[in-house]
Design a protein around this ligand. Structure first.
Ligand code: HEC
Length: 148
Protein backbone atom coordinates (compact mmCIF):
# COMPACT_ATOMS: atom_id res chain seq x y z
CA UNK A 1 0.00 0.00 0.00
CA UNK A 2 2.75 2.36 1.00
CA UNK A 3 4.65 1.78 -2.24
CA UNK A 4 1.48 2.17 -4.32
CA UNK A 5 0.89 5.55 -2.72
CA UNK A 6 4.50 6.45 -3.43
CA UNK A 7 4.08 5.63 -7.11
CA UNK A 8 0.89 7.64 -7.35
CA UNK A 9 2.64 10.54 -5.62
CA UNK A 10 5.62 10.46 -7.98
CA UNK A 11 3.36 10.10 -11.03
CA UNK A 12 1.36 13.12 -9.91
CA UNK A 13 4.48 15.23 -9.44
CA UNK A 14 5.73 14.25 -12.91
CA UNK A 15 2.37 15.03 -14.50
CA UNK A 16 2.05 18.37 -12.73
CA UNK A 17 5.60 19.47 -13.46
CA UNK A 18 5.49 18.54 -17.13
CA UNK A 19 2.16 20.30 -17.55
CA UNK A 20 3.70 23.38 -15.92
CA UNK A 21 6.67 23.12 -18.26
CA UNK A 22 4.47 23.04 -21.37
CA UNK A 23 2.39 25.89 -19.99
CA UNK A 24 5.47 28.02 -19.30
CA UNK A 25 6.78 27.53 -22.82
CA UNK A 26 3.49 28.40 -24.45
CA UNK A 27 2.85 31.27 -22.04
CA UNK A 28 6.20 32.77 -23.12
CA UNK A 29 5.08 32.92 -26.76
CA UNK A 30 2.62 30.26 -27.92
CA UNK A 31 2.96 31.19 -31.60
CA UNK A 32 6.73 30.59 -31.61
CA UNK A 33 6.22 27.28 -29.84
CA UNK A 34 3.45 26.30 -32.28
CA UNK A 35 5.22 27.33 -35.48
CA UNK A 36 8.38 25.42 -34.63
CA UNK A 37 6.25 22.32 -34.19
CA UNK A 38 4.27 23.04 -37.35
CA UNK A 39 7.50 23.41 -39.35
CA UNK A 40 8.98 20.23 -37.85
CA UNK A 41 5.71 18.44 -38.62
CA UNK A 42 5.83 19.65 -42.23
CA UNK A 43 9.48 18.58 -42.42
CA UNK A 44 8.75 15.09 -41.14
CA UNK A 45 6.02 14.57 -43.75
CA UNK A 46 8.35 15.91 -46.44
CA UNK A 47 10.91 13.30 -45.41
CA UNK A 48 8.36 10.50 -45.83
CA UNK A 49 7.45 11.83 -49.28
CA UNK A 50 11.09 12.23 -50.39
CA UNK A 51 11.97 8.76 -49.20
CA UNK A 52 9.15 7.36 -51.30
CA UNK A 53 10.23 9.43 -54.29
CA UNK A 54 13.82 8.22 -54.00
CA UNK A 55 12.83 4.57 -53.50
CA UNK A 56 14.07 4.37 -49.88
CA UNK A 57 10.48 3.62 -48.96
CA UNK A 58 8.01 1.81 -51.22
CA UNK A 59 5.51 4.12 -52.93
CA UNK A 60 2.13 4.20 -51.23
CA UNK A 61 -0.69 6.21 -52.72
CA UNK A 62 -2.42 6.23 -49.35
CA UNK A 63 0.61 7.55 -47.43
CA UNK A 64 1.34 10.11 -50.09
CA UNK A 65 -2.19 11.42 -49.79
CA UNK A 66 -2.05 11.46 -45.98
CA UNK A 67 1.28 13.30 -45.82
CA UNK A 68 0.36 15.76 -48.56
CA UNK A 69 -2.96 16.58 -46.96
CA UNK A 70 -1.28 16.99 -43.56
CA UNK A 71 1.16 19.51 -45.06
CA UNK A 72 -1.62 21.28 -46.96
CA UNK A 73 -3.79 21.73 -43.86
CA UNK A 74 -1.06 23.11 -41.61
CA UNK A 75 0.23 25.36 -44.43
CA UNK A 76 -2.99 27.33 -44.05
CA UNK A 77 -2.17 28.05 -40.38
CA UNK A 78 1.31 29.49 -41.13
CA UNK A 79 0.25 33.15 -41.59
CA UNK A 80 -1.48 33.09 -38.18
CA UNK A 81 1.62 31.83 -36.36
CA UNK A 82 3.73 34.94 -37.02
CA UNK A 83 2.03 37.89 -35.26
CA UNK A 84 4.19 41.07 -35.04
CA UNK A 85 4.99 40.65 -31.33
CA UNK A 86 6.27 37.12 -31.94
CA UNK A 87 8.92 38.41 -34.37
CA UNK A 88 10.22 41.77 -33.17
CA UNK A 89 12.70 41.48 -30.32
CA UNK A 90 12.22 37.71 -29.98
CA UNK A 91 14.75 34.95 -30.24
CA UNK A 92 13.52 33.52 -33.53
CA UNK A 93 14.71 32.80 -37.05
CA UNK A 94 11.70 34.63 -38.48
CA UNK A 95 12.77 37.89 -40.16
CA UNK A 96 11.32 41.33 -39.45
CA UNK A 97 10.60 41.69 -43.17
CA UNK A 98 7.48 39.51 -42.64
CA UNK A 99 5.84 42.56 -41.00
CA UNK A 100 6.21 44.70 -44.10
CA UNK A 101 5.25 41.94 -46.55
CA UNK A 102 2.22 40.27 -45.04
CA UNK A 103 0.46 39.65 -48.36
CA UNK A 104 3.52 38.06 -49.90
CA UNK A 105 4.14 35.93 -46.81
CA UNK A 106 0.52 34.70 -46.88
CA UNK A 107 0.70 34.02 -50.60
CA UNK A 108 3.85 31.92 -50.07
CA UNK A 109 1.97 29.86 -47.47
CA UNK A 110 -0.88 29.49 -49.98
CA UNK A 111 1.61 28.31 -52.60
CA UNK A 112 2.62 25.51 -50.24
CA UNK A 113 -1.04 24.68 -49.63
CA UNK A 114 -1.71 24.45 -53.37
CA UNK A 115 1.41 22.43 -54.23
CA UNK A 116 0.73 19.99 -51.37
CA UNK A 117 -2.93 19.67 -52.38
CA UNK A 118 -1.89 18.83 -55.95
CA UNK A 119 0.53 16.25 -54.58
CA UNK A 120 -2.25 14.51 -52.67
CA UNK A 121 -3.73 13.42 -56.01
CA UNK A 122 -0.70 11.55 -57.38
CA UNK A 123 -1.25 8.01 -58.61
CA UNK A 124 2.31 6.69 -58.99
CA UNK A 125 5.91 7.34 -58.04
CA UNK A 126 6.68 9.26 -61.26
CA UNK A 127 3.92 11.73 -60.47
CA UNK A 128 5.17 11.95 -56.88
CA UNK A 129 8.68 12.85 -58.13
CA UNK A 130 7.22 15.46 -60.47
CA UNK A 131 5.00 17.00 -57.78
CA UNK A 132 7.50 17.01 -54.92
CA UNK A 133 9.86 19.54 -56.55
CA UNK A 134 7.25 22.29 -56.66
CA UNK A 135 6.41 21.66 -52.97
CA UNK A 136 10.09 21.94 -51.97
CA UNK A 137 10.33 25.08 -54.06
CA UNK A 138 7.66 26.78 -51.92
CA UNK A 139 9.67 26.02 -48.74
CA UNK A 140 12.82 27.52 -50.26
CA UNK A 141 11.00 30.51 -51.62
CA UNK A 142 9.62 31.46 -48.19
CA UNK A 143 12.77 30.55 -46.24
CA UNK A 144 15.07 32.55 -48.51
CA UNK A 145 12.88 35.63 -48.08
CA UNK A 146 11.78 35.35 -44.45
CA UNK A 147 13.97 32.96 -42.48
CA UNK A 148 17.36 33.98 -41.06
C1 HEC B 1 5.23 31.09 -45.75
C2 HEC B 1 6.57 30.84 -45.27
C3 HEC B 1 7.11 29.46 -45.07
C4 HEC B 1 6.86 28.31 -45.78
C5 HEC B 1 5.96 28.14 -47.01
C6 HEC B 1 7.64 27.26 -45.18
N1 HEC B 1 8.34 27.75 -44.10
FE1 HEC B 1 9.53 26.66 -42.86
N2 HEC B 1 9.92 28.35 -41.77
C7 HEC B 1 9.47 29.62 -42.07
C8 HEC B 1 10.02 30.57 -41.11
C9 HEC B 1 9.76 32.07 -41.09
C10 HEC B 1 10.79 29.82 -40.21
C11 HEC B 1 11.54 30.34 -38.95
C12 HEC B 1 10.55 30.24 -37.76
C13 HEC B 1 11.12 30.68 -36.44
O1 HEC B 1 12.34 30.49 -36.17
O2 HEC B 1 10.35 31.18 -35.61
C14 HEC B 1 10.73 28.42 -40.66
C15 HEC B 1 11.37 27.35 -40.04
C16 HEC B 1 11.38 26.06 -40.50
C17 HEC B 1 12.04 24.94 -39.84
C18 HEC B 1 12.83 25.03 -38.54
C19 HEC B 1 11.85 24.87 -37.38
C20 HEC B 1 12.51 24.96 -36.02
O3 HEC B 1 12.21 24.12 -35.15
O4 HEC B 1 13.29 25.92 -35.79
C21 HEC B 1 11.82 23.82 -40.61
C22 HEC B 1 12.29 22.39 -40.33
C23 HEC B 1 11.02 24.23 -41.74
N3 HEC B 1 10.75 25.60 -41.63
C24 HEC B 1 10.59 23.38 -42.74
C25 HEC B 1 9.78 23.76 -43.82
C26 HEC B 1 9.45 22.90 -44.94
C27 HEC B 1 9.95 21.48 -45.12
C28 HEC B 1 8.62 23.64 -45.75
C29 HEC B 1 7.98 23.23 -47.04
C30 HEC B 1 7.37 21.93 -47.18
C31 HEC B 1 8.47 24.95 -45.13
N4 HEC B 1 9.19 25.00 -43.98
C32 HEC B 1 7.69 25.97 -45.67
C33 HEC B 1 8.63 29.96 -43.09
C34 HEC B 1 8.07 29.10 -44.02
Amino acid sequence: MKSTLGIVFVATIVAVSSAAHVQNMSAAMPEIFARHHVMEFIGSHMRVLSQQASGKLPFSKEETRTSSNAIAVVALTIPYLFPDESIVGQSTDAMDSILMNRDDFTSKANDLWMAATALSEVADVEQLKAGLGPVGQTCRSCHSAYRK
